[in-house]
Design a protein around this ligand. Structure first.
Ligand SMILES: *Cc1c(COP(=O)(O)O)cnc(C)c1O
Length: 457
């Protein structure tokens, strides 16, 4: 088989400044060993997130110029609405400035205190918005999804038996809707099968509970279904996506992911009452319903981006970048979470840095090592991000210590990934040299963004 090459060429470049190792040590100290506090320009390869960090195509840049900035009923809005209707076939379409704005308005209009909202795994903003409105956000992920070493095709699936038990326990009146996140971002970017979505929908339909899809990576999920699920080989990604949305009563999306845009989100729903309530809150918080916090040019770029994300060549290349890095790391025996996700590779920091106990944050030690050795910015998903305190105020470790290398879309080429693999290998070869850290300053919530660390050695 030949190399799967990037299905694009480059006509505009952005320089990468590579500072020296000594400078990086200095910068990291100034950032209190927290890579969130670094300047982006001091990072040679920035894999902090795949959200809003992608490169737009020539078609998208051209579409920007067609942006109609009329306040109400603009041409760009109609294009946005029609594109989303083509993909989802859902009746009411609302733009928002990000995914979390759609979540927040949904929670404000549909949640009452004491409600329960199941999901395969809630993303952190989804959980936070539901909880602020007084709901309990439940993760009903299949057991397969909880095992980082198990190689299974659809580790993002919801456990349908757990869903039935949840409805039994809490009762239909307490469950205003159920969500399913494709792909499962917090669970390693693992996909959900069509059979699972269909199965979840069947259970919900019996009880009259609506299904809302968190559709941030619907195109990556559609590709996984095409590759891994019986009966989908001959189908276009658009057809697969349309089938996913055919089971949904509503959907939220961050267009910073599979919208291939740098900003944007949407909410769609079939119910007229839901739509009316959402619209009124949208006007109050985001803007008139035909722009919802976005510029006309954003709506244009998003309309092009959504269809490009469903391009088969693009998805083939995108998934090849993940497999390429996974294969390189696995060959060296470097511990990674299996199988590769849709948008990221996850290093298993516990196995990578076994000499560092969980509460000395092996994930942060690894993140820091990757930055110092190669200027790579990654993110810890472990005891710092998910750490909690028990009633006695004693810090509890997270079950998994992962480091996520998220891939911005269409930004880095194969040589960047080769460089990345070399740096990771170098850190692996000297792993005993890296020490754990302690936290010297932290806020009460979402501490990973701003806390300060100090190395222990
Ligand atoms: C990014 C993301 C969101 C939130 O979207 P923002 O645009 O960052 O507000 C919600 N759910 C999932 C699964 C996400 O990945």
């Amino acid at each position: 088989m030949r190399t799967i090459m990037e299905p694009f060429r480059i006509k505009m470049t952005e320089p990468i400044k590579i500072i020296t190792k000594e400078e990086r040590i200095q910068k990291l100290e100034e950032a209190f060993h927290n890579v969130f506090l670094l300047d982006a320009e001091d990072c040679a390869i920035d894999l902090l997130t795949d959200s809003g960090t992608g490169a737009m195509s020539a078609q998208q840049w051209a579409a920007l110029m067609l942006g109609d900035e009329s306040y109400a009923g603009s041409r760009s809005w109609k294009r946005f609405r029609d594109t989303i209707k083509t993909i989802t076939n859902i009746k009411h379409v609302f733009p928002t400035h990000q995914g979390r704005a759609a979540e927040s308005l949904l929670a404000m209009t549909r949640i009452k205190p004491g409600d329960v909202v199941p999901n395969n795994s809630h993303f952190d903003t989804t959980r936070a918005n539901l909880e602020v409105a007084g709901a309990k956000a439940l993760n009903l992920l299949n057991d397969e999804g909880l095992d980082p070493t198990l190689d299974a095709p659809f580790k993002g699936n919801m456990d349908i038996a757990k869903l039935e038990a949840c409805i039994e326990e809490h009762g239909v009146a307490k469950i205003p809707f159920c969500m399913i996140t494709v792909t499962n971002n917090t669970g390693g970017g693992q996909p959900v099968s069509m059979a699972n979505i269909r199965g979840v929908k069947e259970v919900l339909k019996r009880h009259g509970i609506p299904l809302i899809i968190d559709a941030c990576r619907f195109a990556e999920n559609s590709y996984f279904i095409h590759e891994r699920e019986e009966g989908y080989r001959g189908k276009a990604l658009l057809e697969i996506a349309q089938e996913i949305f055919s089971y949904a009563d509503a959907a939220t999306m961050s267009l910073k992911k599979d919208g291939l845009a740098n900003i944007g989100g949407f909410f769609v729903c079939n119910d007229d009452v839901w739509a009316e309530d959402f619209k009124n809150m949208l006007i109050l918080r985001e803007g008139f319903p035909t722009y919802g916090g976005l510029a006309g040019r954003d709506l244009e770029a998003i309309s092009v981006g959504l269809m490009e994300a469903l391009d088969f060549e693009y998805q083939t290349y995108r998934h090849a970048t993940v497999s390429y890095l996974m294969n390189k790391l696995e060959k060296k025996g470097i511990p990674v979470m299996k199988p590769g996700g849709g948008h990221a590779v996850f290093l298993d920091a516990k196995a990578f840095m076994p000499h560092i106990p969980s509460l000395a944050y092996p994930g942060i030690a690894l993140v820091n090592a990757l930055y110092i050795e190669g200027g790579i910015r990654a993110v810890e998903l472990g005891s710092v991000m998910f750490g909690s305190f028990d009633e006695a105020g004693i810090e509890q470790a997270s079950p998994l210590e992962l480091v996520r290398l998220a891939f911005p879309r269409r930004v880095y080429t194969q040589s960047h990934f080769d460089y990345l693999a070399e740096v990771i290998e170098e850190v692996w070869n000297h792993r005993e040299a890296y020490a754990g850290l302690k936290i010297t300053k932290q806020p009460k919530v979402l501490r990973h963004f701003s806390c300060h660390f100090q190395p222990l050695a």
